[in-house]
Design a protein around this ligand. Structure first.
Ligand SMILES: Nc1ncnc2c1ncn2[C@@H]1O[C@H](COP(=O)(O)OP(=O)(O)OP(=O)(O)O)[C@@H](O)[C@H]1O
Ligand SMILES: [Mg+2]
Length: 302
């Protein structure tokens, strides 16, 4: 049985600290701290597993916390062990104002030998991969050439990234480019959503999915445009919803569904992720209940 190869270059140990109220410059006491595995690639792999899919996570790891938790969650991995410990990212949740603040530690550059091990493992894993998912940014200082090297693997690629690292892979005709509205504008400048998606098609993408949080998402391909409205929910923590969308799409594609139906399933996963406190976590009953509430509308054909 083939797996979906999820590339997670920059995992993180995520600490979510809850506060009754949080004031900058004051002493703030947190009654609850939750630690989990985060990072775009790991989030995709974790949600894919939660909805019954077959992820294999590839990347770099320098903390047993990450590998222990992936094992506990049943996520298969071939992560390269690094000398540097894995970064720690912190979320501050202020219940008084409903504000979420992110403190992001940048990922460190792996050594030359760690990179060699990564690409050797990547090549070994490819024959059993049905899709390759590239999610998120590279670590600071890494060349966009790395994503290009991955994208020319010959296996259908699903990429969630922006700017140069995204633009650089388009010539290899990635199967799906998925990004949010802000990332679309960061990549192409101020642009209307469907026009921006068409521009990415023109540059090589086979299909483009643009998400816009509670406002929904658009799928633009060579054959048509579809608009998706997510279910109405009261979000608890929407961080990682984009990764959950990617995971849901992969799961539905693994099952052989067509792309609009796959995006519908992805939207249900995105909304389900927003209902949980920990990013990259969905409850399957939520996904099933929300799936029927996703509205799909085919817009004019191209
Ligand atoms: N408040 C919400 N209500 C309903 N659905 C939501 C909400 N927030 C997110 N979603 C779902 O998740 C999808 C992705 O959300 P969004 O566009 O915020 O992704 P993102 O910015 O890439 O997130 P991240 O990068 O943190 O994973 C949306 O298209 C929608 O299906
Ligand atoms: Mg995103």
């Amino acid at each position: 049985m083939k797996y979906t190869l999820c590339i997670g270059m920059t995992p993180a140990v995520q600490e979510l600290r809850e506060f009754k109220s949080f004031t900058l410059g004051e002493v703030n006491r947190s009654p609850a701290i939750h630690r989990s595995v985060a990072g775009k690639g790991p989030n995709v792999a974790r949600v894919l597993r939660q909805v019954g899919g077959r992820p294999l996570l590839l990347g770099f790891v320098g903390s047993e916390f990450i590998t222990d938790n992936l094992r506990r969650e049943g996520v298969a991995e071939r992560m390269i062990r690094t000398k540097e410990p894995t970064r720690v990212c912190t979320t501050l949740m202020d219940h008084a104002t409903g504000t979420i603040t992110e403190l992001v530690e940048e990922a460190k550059m792996p050594t030359a030998s760690e990179w060699r091990q990564f690409f050797a493992t990547f090549r070994r894993c490819l024959p059993q991969a049905c899709y390759v998912v590239i999610a998120g940014a590279l670590m600071p200082g890494a060349s966009p050439e790395i994503y290009r090297k991955i994208a020319r693997c010959g296996v259908p690629v699903i990429i969630d990234s922006q700017r140069e690292p995204l633009l650089g892979v388009l010539e290899f005709k990635p199967f799906i480019v998925k990004l949010n509205v802000h990332e679309l504008e960061n990549t192409l400048g101020k642009v209307e959503i469907i026009a921006g998606a068409r521009e990415l098609l023109k540059r090589g993408a086979q299909n483009v999915i643009v998400t816009h949080g509670a406002k929904g998402a658009w799928l633009v391909s060579g054959t048509g445009v579809w608009q998706f409205r997510p279910p109405r929910i009261t979000p608890v923590n929407p961080i990682g919803s984009g990764d959950a969308v990617t995971a849901g799409i992969c799961r539905a594609l693994e099952r052989g569904e067509n792309l609009p139906e796959a995006v519908r399933f992805g939207m249900a996963c995105g909304a389900a992720n927003a209902l949980t406190l920990i990013a990259g976590t969905v409850q399957l009953p939520d996904v099933r209940r929300l799936l029927v509430q996703v509205r799909l509308r085919a817009l004019k054909n191209l």
